[in-house]
Design a protein around this ligand. Sequence first.
Ligand SMILES: [Zn+2]
Length: 241
Amino acid sequence: MNDDLKKLIGLQEIDSRIDRMFAEMEEIPREKRIHKREIQSQRSDYENEKKKIEEIREMNRKSSIEKENTLKELAEFKNKLLEMKTNEAYRTMLVQIRYAENKISELDIKQLELMYEEESSEENLKETQKIWERNEKRFQKRQNILDGQLKVLEENIGELRIEREEIKSDINIRLLDKYEQLRSSGEGNVIVGLNKGACGGCMTNLPPQTAVEINQGLAFTCPICGRFVIWLDDSSFAGSG
Ligand SMILES: [Zn+2]
């Protein structure tokens, strides 16, 4: 095979490695964003639970005041009951006493319910806090690992770029320009294998004679996509699998 083509293949291998590393690098901020969103949502679960407890306590406070007031009213009603002069007025006062007593027992039930609610909310609060804090710690560790990976990738890319420059300086400039031009179009490999008698890039069938020449190691440029077509280990002629 043409020496320049061999060097181009070396260049392509380096470029593929650089591409893969860039793809890995792009994954890192994506993963961080996912973690951050997750932690934010766990933190807001915690904040919501905290708010809920405050609301329960506020309701409890209000119903305590209401109960106190009702108890005072009840005491007044009971005092007045003794002063009632007519049966009618006495009965009316009794109705008011009954009403106040009912209200107090309803408030007692309500307070008991609020107490249970508060207890379970407090447990939820502890649980959500645990989940949130645990994940934050875990993410901190993961973040350090990811930052380390990022640094390694950057270093590796830097080294590969130096290696690339060395190989590049040794390749026929016309061939190199063509390679760079095709590569910048972003359609994958520039040097492809003959695949069942066709260009491995655009799958256009090539004349049998061309396939034979490629098999013998000649350089060939696909007339359709412009890629370099070469013979690879898994290359084959048309119809030969
Ligand atoms: Zn092609």
